[in-house]
Design a protein around this ligand. Structure first.
Ligand SMILES: C[S@@+](CC[C@H](N)C(=O)[O-])C[C@H]1O[C@@H](n2cnc3c(N)ncnc32)[C@H](O)[C@@H]1O
Length: 347
């Protein structure tokens, strides 16, 4: 992968954008998601909410059932863990749009005929759309706000090593960066791909709801003075670090999600924001305690793993507060179950 990236940098005159680097490292042939690395679960690099067990999916199913969708479309289904739970909980068609051929094959081995795989977003879609930890894997642009102006942080290759190299920011990236009031000097990320994805969902959705679940912040927290070096993070064998050039293709590279940017892009494309809450608020509103209550409390072997899942999903020190649920829709009468008694967070 390093050779491939170095060759592309050389062909491009010594510089590629960080977004292109991230796309190659994660999604190109030989990239982290394209390749056969274990990725998920205890033996992989990170654990997502569906990977903890069925509690997350069974609770989310209560929200989806309220909408009675004719079909559910899941983006980026990973190992297929969420789809495994949802296809057992819901009586509707289940579609998956997955960019990684390796993960698609894994999902097909697990789910068989319980799901149908799409190659692209349908031009018109009615139903529910779910994306858990997908936007954080989309390639982001890296930007530096300095006294000399707004610079795009890209990638170059020198003495056998990948290095950061800055050039003046231009076009849509420059416009997006100019809208952000940051305290100079400042480095961070802008997810233009996430905004474009949101707009494409807005154009496609005729009626129904979209649930984006991920870690991140609204804009005023994302571009906060205390986060002056951005949110880029690598995940390798359950260790997080910030050296994005350490192992291209062998580890996950992510950026936190700017939920305000997604909401603005969604509104531009005719979607209504139906709710924005922490994962903990959302799951409690959906009745996670009722799902827990269905378990046999007397049987420690059965109950203890569920209680451990609840702790991870809800605790402010784990996923409860950093992860948010942002829902959009068309033709839906709010409030949705997951947001009904939540104090709405500011976007
Ligand atoms: C961090 S994993 C999360 C997997 C799963 N949703 C979960 O929660 O366990 C990111 C997933 O999104 C997929 N992905 C990344 N970008 C995508 C895109 N633009 N469209 C669809 N899937 C995408 C990856 O291949 C992978 O399956």
């Amino acid at each position: 992968m390093l050779d491939r990236i170095a060759a592309e940098i050389s062909r491009s005159g010594g510089w590629i954008s960080f977004a292109r680097y991230m796309e190659l490292a994660l999604h190109a042939p030989g990239g982290y998601y394209a390749g056969g690395a274990r990725k998920f679960g205890a033996e992989g690099d990170f654990v997502t909410a569906p990977e903890l067990g069925g509690l997350f999916g069974r609770t989310l199913a209560r929200q989806l059932r309220e909408l009675a969708p004719a079909r559910v479309l899941e983006f980026g289904a990973g190992s297929g863990a969420l789809a495994d739970t949802l296809t057992k909980e819901l009586q509707c068609e289940y579609l998956i749009l997955e960019t990684s051929a390796d993960l698609r094959a894994r999902q097909q081995a697990l789910l068989g005929t319980r799901a149908r795989w799409l190659d692209r977003l349908p031009e018109r879609f009615s139903g529910a759309i779910v994306a858990n930890e997908v936007v954080d894997a989309m390639p982001v642009h890296a930007v530096a706000w300095r006294s000399e102006g707004i610079l795009e942080r890209g990638v170059s290759f020198d003495a056998g090593k990948l290095i950061w190299k800055e050039q003046e920011a231009s076009g849509g990236l420059r416009n997006a960066a100019q809208e952000l009031a940051v305290s100079i000097p400042y480095e961070s990320e802008i997810n233009l791909a996430g905004r474009a994805w949101m707009r494409s969902l807005g154009e496609s959705l005729e009626s129904g709801a979209i649930f984006v679940i991920d870690y991140g912040f609204p804009r005023h927290e994302y571009y906060h003075p205390q986060r002056a070096t951005g949110t880029l993070m690598c995940h390798h064998k359950h260790t997080a670090h910030g050296d994005v050039f350490a192992r291209p293709g062998e580890e996950d590279i992510t950026a936190h999600v700017d939920f305000s940017a997604l909401a603005a892009a969604a509104r531009d494309s005719g979607l209504e924001v139906l709710g924005y809450a922490t994962q903990a608020q959302f799951l409690v509103n959906c009745g996670i305690t009722d799902v827990l209550g269905e378990a046999n409390v007397e049987n420690a072997l059965h109950y203890a793993p569920l209680a451990a899942q609840a702790q991870k999903l809800l605790s402010p020190a784990e996923m409860g507060e950093l992860f948010k649920v942002l829902a959009f829709g068309k033709g839906i009468d709010a409030p949705l179950l997951g947001f009904q008694s939540a104090r709405h967070l500011a976007l």
